[in-house]
Write a protein that binds this ligand. Structure first.
Ligand SMILES: NC(=O)c1ccc[n+]([C@@H]2O[C@H](COP(=O)([O-])OP(=O)(O)OC[C@H]3O[C@@H](n4cnc5c(N)ncnc54)[C@H](OP(=O)(O)O)[C@@H]3O)[C@@H](O)[C@H]2O)c1
Length: 295
């Protein structure tokens, strides 16, 4: 059986590839540039691009199962899913997002608009897959711990993180946990037709995240709290769109005193029997990204 992994060079995709290779599966990775993919020996690298339909046939030839990366927001209409089904794919494991499981938002805040956009895009892709009539599992990560990589340059250069709402936080999920669930869904039948929202074990505040990174790299990291206005102007100067700076501030503001838009789910534990990896573990695994010794 050949399993195609799309987004194979991404945070989660690399772990999915590792998990499938470790389970002895024949893996093909669809990547835009095979020369820079750095995937394990034995993985078949095929050039493929979601924006270039002419590349899909070679990527899909002989494939029975697909790990589907949610490329941008155009995927559900691109035709890739239908072409995969026609080419013989009979199981899709969809890399989705927690927002796909939210109820429609009608609040007019920037955060409400953003979450509604995310919900529509990811749920749209899920529905496209469901409409093929093939087997599917939707793996919906909550906020990825990998988001903290955005702090890496500031930590390496100055040992500092500047952000608003130090006491805000979400149950950030380790990419390895998401990948583990995806691999289980790919290789066993008991997850067919299920949608899983996967989070980390507990809410971890930004101050706690910074402390965990400092411990992982073995050197101090300072958290400098910005006002929401200072944060927005910093992000605007860094090139973030104005709308993004608005919803980012609102996302953090919502989770100062409570769980914000996403409390922890027990899904990973229900599936694997183990507690999810902590943020401290994630920081340890990524110490090198922040200037520490590799794990
Ligand atoms: N950030 C969050 O907290 C969060 C939460 C839930 C869900 N999500 C979803 O998860 C995704 C991020 O996952 P991740 O962190 O594992 O990914 P990632 O590290 O951002 O990796 C992106 C992947 O997309 C591939 N890619 C980009 N453009 C492509 C194209 N035109 N054709 C084919 N492949 C293309 C890249 O492959 P190559 O460059 O090798 O071709 C790479 O493997 C987001 O897009 C979002 O939809 C994010």
């Amino acid at each position: 059986m050949t399993i195609l992994v799309t987004g194979a060079t991404g945070n989660i995709g690399r772990r999915v590839v590792d998990g499938l290779v470790g389970a002895g599966q024949r893996v093909r990775a669809m990547v835009r540039d095979p020369r820079t993919a750095r995937l394990p020996d034995g993985v078949e690298l095929v050039h493929g691009d979601f924006t270039k339909p002419k590349t899909w046939q070679a990527a899909l030839k002989g494939v029975e199962r697909v790990y589907l990366f949610p490329f941008a927001y155009v995927m559900s209409e691109s035709g890739f899913v239908e072409q995969a089904a026609s080419a013989g794919v009979h199981r899709f494991v969809v890399h989705s997002a927690a927002a796909a499981g939210f109820s429609p938002f009608d609040d007019a805040s920037a955060l409400g608009r953003h979450l509604e956009e995310e919900r529509e895009a990811h749920r749209g892709l899920e529905l496209t897959v469901e409409a093929t009539g093939r087997e599917w599992t939707h793996v919906r990560p909550g906020l990825l711990a990998a988001g903290a990589l955005g702090w890496a340059s500031g930590i390496r250069a100055e040992g500092v993180v500047r952000a608003p709402y130090g006491e805000s936080g979400y149950p950030l999920v380790h990419e390895a946990d998401v990948a583990e669930v995806a691999v289980a869904a790919m290789l066993t039948d008991r997850h067919v037709g299920e949608a899983y929202t996967i989070t980390g074990p507990v809410k971890v505040t930004q101050v706690e995240q910074v402390a965990a990174i400092a411990t992982a790299i073995g050197s101090p990291v300072r958290f400098e709290e910005l006002t929401p206005e200072q944060a927005r102007s910093t992000w605007l100067a860094e090139g973030y769109p104005a709308e993004t700076t608005r919803w980012l501030v609102e996302l953090l503001a919502a989770a100062v005193d409570g769980p914000g838009v996403l409390p922890p789910t027990g899904t990973y534990e229900e599936i694997t029997g183990r507690t999810p990896r902590t943020f401290a573990r994630w920081a340890f695994d990524h110490a090198a990204d922040f200037g520490g010794e590799p794990a």
